[in-house]
Design a protein around this ligand. Sequence first.
Ligand code: SF4
Length: 561
Amino acid sequence: MPDFRIALACAPNTTGIAEKIAPYEHLGLSYLGAVLREKKYNVKLTDSDALQLKLDEAIERIDDFNPDILALSPTWATVDNSIELIKKIKRKNSDLITCFGGYIATFNDREILSDYSLVDYIIRGEGERIFPALIEKLENNKSVENLQSITYRSKDGKIIQNPIAPYIKDLDTIPFPVRDTFEEILQQDNIYILNLITSRGCYGNCSFCIAGAFSRLSKKTPAWRGRSIENVIKELELLLDIYPQIHYINFADNNIFGPGIAGKNRVKRLAQALIDHDINIEWQASARSDNFDKDDDELFKLLKSSNIGTLFIGIESGVESQLELFNKRISVAKNLKTIKLINKWEIPVQWGYIMFNPYIKFEDLIKNAKFYFNKLKYYSIHKMTMKLRVFPGTALYEKIRNDNLLKDSFNYKEIFNYNYLDERVAIVENIMTKTANQLYAEHAILQNAQEMTDTLLSGVLNVNVPHILDQLQTIVRTRNSIYKKIRDINHLNYNYFRDIMKLIKNNSNDTEIYNNKIRGVKDKIIKKHISEIKRISSELDEEFKDFIKTLNDYMSEVLNV
Ligand code: SF4
């Protein structure tokens, strides 16, 4: 067995800004774990985010393992904690070798190495081939000079960036990811959501997207690569044998559709295979709006009968010029057609949307908000504050930098530190963000009720037993009342947005008026809105809890009949 003990970790995110919606395991670490175990290395995973570890707990866990190498995959939000983690581990083991990988490290390699002497190596791009090769060199005291995809310091302290290696063309050749973290999640929680990828990368070229930029980094491999359906099903069946309690699958692909008709046919084959293999489990995945057309009946039928739970589709904006800025290569008209289609087929969906970006004009902000409210039918205060994340490595970052819109404090960890061309947009964004920050708990209530009410009800209706009609009618009435409250909250939020816009539009040019008169009016509007949302949300919370209790009582009664 090779000597090195290797810790693979991600540090906890303590910024309060969530990067993912559920405690899914970090598949990047799990794939690295698999290739290293295949080579008989002693590997320990510490996925702080998925296991909800505090920084001290993560440190203690890694310390106990006493690694020779510690590899971390920081996001913009976890760089500081990653460095803190290294500092503490190095106190006991000053010979520890440290590595960063992932999106942020890939595009900020030189900056990270020059900012942090505690980081020894950066692996850019995919790590499955490069990381084992790096370890082998280090074990044998060989130079990494010719190792592709590595950024490192030479003996005289210069930062050297080696060229990027081709990505892995045939994903079926990579061993299945280890499931250490998943096992730990299962022991801690009742959340049996399996994270699995069927493909890597995306053929889209959206100007803001770090995942897209990452997938186009290796010029020798296509931006989107898919596993064979047989390989995906084999992994799924193996896992379902070991963990029969899995009740939801998150296909974590950037885009489950590959390019063109072949990409669409592959999704159909995947759905058909799920049906043929009796994998009767709800699943979710991401797609582009232009993956769907009016004559896609066969695709939609297969998605429905294979138990699709949710689709994530990045609509991004209701304003043409913004879609062009984002290089979506999809028009507002096309997005509207897709929204209609998805609604017609009654597929639950979460729309990706970017309300604020440095270039949006005040007038377009109103259009953007209106589109969201009228077409996407969801208007939580937090959706209204969605701000562009500016990632170095993307085309939009270059544009914003060239247009001198980055604040001096902007860096790979402070990705929201940019200016707006229109000062009034900045004022609106600031007010909306402050309001949203005071309504976190209410947002969670709304989201829960919005996403779970019909899912729970359909679970009850689908049980194959004779139903008790009058009780069922009461349940449906409660359901309707819940949705009325959700609509009320949405309306209030939208009207609030418009009130704030009106106030700023009419007065913000005059600083004196703004300071003396508007501040008072604005504070009143904010206060009133927050108290109204809190009141309705608390009623909604009560009603939703009641709804769940009534459903449970009803089910016990029905099953006892
Ligand atoms: S379609 Fe989605 S994943 Fe693909 S580049 Fe655009 S934003 Fe990124």
